[in-house]
Design a protein around this ligand. Structure first.
Ligand code: SF4
Length: 483
């Protein structure tokens, strides 16, 4: 019987109760340590990858805080280091291995240092084997499906003096009630579903995050109401494919219905969502987006490639023509809509002509931004087995060509905002100066301007006076009470 099967015999409630007891126990130990040593135990989470991982780290951070840990920013100050890993790209995995090697020496400096590795990478058995064999100094390994069980695993690690490895191979129930320490007071990520059923040929996510499971709408609404009561004003609804929200629920509800419900929550000023699979985006959703005043004029719609041959090989289930028709309809319904995408360059079998089709599609859509990736083999995915792999040199050449074409396009887009008045939600001071504030427009463009820190969390209107390459500098024209 696997660990997961054993735990299936325990109800989620019992599991969480057990974790609560462990949290109290570790808290007592840490409080005792503080009294004796006059220093609090410190922890750091290093997060790799997407918003899902960032949000998982926020949940881990909340657990750490409850257990009496102080979160710090430097690895060498920590008594507990957690790497929350990503496996979507090979580079991210190599970075984790490299960084593990780099921090090994910290264990000799601090013999009590606990090193934990979790996240998507750990859902792959060959990676866990590698960690067990070559990274014996790692104390704790766990996966995405048992993140909620972290306190219990930590206790086992602290008391055992041996490497603890527990990775569940199946997803199990959606766990409600986990707190999260959101990084920002103004914006928050809210999971609406977990996992993915799409099996795009290049993607490891369905194997690491499991099958699609939607959260009950009432739980989502309750969480958003709680966030709003704490001052959050912008909500990003998260899922690997939000457009298939509701399919696993008994109540008849889809993503457009959920969007409408969120739009009606008092205090929610802005709503964004990601990611939207083009094959599942419905006309109902586009019409709903246009009708809901709090839904921002921003759509992330990953196309991945511009040629029908490659889209088919990727198992994406839409054609270039269908994608372009969706974009046209969205722009008709929402003038000024900003569209971003994901692009993979050098998928196996991608000819020069296929690549040219990606470039022409990007020009035709006129994207506002794009996340561009060089294809990398992911063990266990169908694309990794394909023989007609594109050489590394050619992939890099194509990426350079793509960026040379696309970056000036983005610059032009940003330039087109010159002298426009943008509604900006103020998020923080800028990295460069405390007197310069940073926020985003409804179209998700970064806007900087001079202003007082008191404006953080407010909606302001800013005139775009100096569009830069990827952001805008402007001047405040109105603050919230006047808007
Ligand atoms: S939709 Fe495709 S690319 Fe996105 S998570 Fe699912 S399998 Fe991966």
């Amino acid at each position: 019987m696997s660990k997961r099967e054993t735990l299936n015999l325990i109800s989620v409630e019992d599991l969480l109760n057990r974790n609560d007891e462990v949290v109290r126990k570790i808290r007592e130990i840490n409080d005792q340590y503080y009294r004796e040593q006059a220093r609090q135990k410190k922890a750091i989470i290093v997060t790799y990858g997407c918003q899902m991982n960032e949000h998982d780290s926020e949940k881990l951070d909340a657990m750490l805080q409850e257990m009496g840990y102080l979160t710090v920013k430097k690895l060498d100050q920590a008594d507990l280091i957690i790497f929350n890993t990503c496996c979507v790209r090979e580079n991210a995995e190599l970075k984790v291995y490299g960084n593990l090697g780099r921090i090994k020496h910290l264990k000799t400096k601090n013999k009590d240092l606990v090193l934990a590795v979790c996240g998507c990478m750990m859902q792959q058995p060959h990676i866990v084997e590698e960690i067990k064999k070559k990274y014996k100094f790692v104390d704790l390994v766990f996966g995405t499906h048992n993140l909620h069980n972290f306190p219990t695993l930590l206790e086992e690690t602290l008391s055992g003096g041996r490497q603890v490895v527990e990775v569940w191979d199946s997803e199990g129930d959606v766990i409600e009630g986990l707190k999260a320490n959101r990084k920002m007071d103004v914006k928050a990520f809210v999971n609406i579903m977990y996992g993915c059923d799409n099996f795009c040929a290049y993607c490891i996510v369905p194997y690491t995050r499991g099958r699609e499971r939607s959260r009950e709408a009432s739980d989502i609404i309750e969480e958003i109401e709680m966030l709003v009561s704490r001052g959050v004003r912008e909500i990003t609804l998260l899922g690997q494919n939000v457009n298939s929200y509701g399919k696993t629920l008994s109540e008849p509800i889809d993503f457009a219905d959920l969007l409408k419900m969120v739009n009606e929550i008092k205090g929610v000023e802005r709503i964004r969502f990601m990611t939207s699979h083009p094959k599942d985006i419905s006309d109902k959703l586009l019409v709903t987006m246009a009708a809901c005043e709090h839904v921002c004029e921003y759509l992330h719609l990953p196309v991945q490639a511009g040629s029908n041959k490659i889209l088919k090989a990727m198992n994406r289930h839409y054609t270039r023509e269908q994608y372009l028709a969706t974009v046209k309809r969205a722009k008709e319904l929402m003038p000024g809509l900003s569209i971003s995408t994901d692009i993979i360059v050098g998928f196996p079998g991608e000819s020069k002509e296929d690549f040219e089709e990606t470039l022409s599609l990007m020009r035709e859509v006129g994207y506002d931004s794009a996340f561009t990736f060089i294809y990398s083999k992911r063990t266990g995915t169908p694309a990794a087995e394909l023989e007609n792999q594109v050489s590394e040199e050619e992939k890099h050449r194509r990426m350079t060509e793509l960026l040379e074409m696309f970056n000036p396009m983005v610059k032009e887009k940003i330039k087109s905002y010159q002298d426009q008045i943008l509604e900006v939600l103020v998020e923080s001071t800028s990295k460069s100066s405390d007197s310069v504030l940073m926020g985003r427009s409804r179209q998700h463009v970064t806007v900087n301007f001079e202003g007082d820190k008191d404006l953080i969390g407010k909606l302001v209107k800013v005139k775009a006076t100096e569009p830069k390459s990827f952001s805008i500098f402007g001047e405040i024209t109105e603050v919230e009470q006047d808007i």
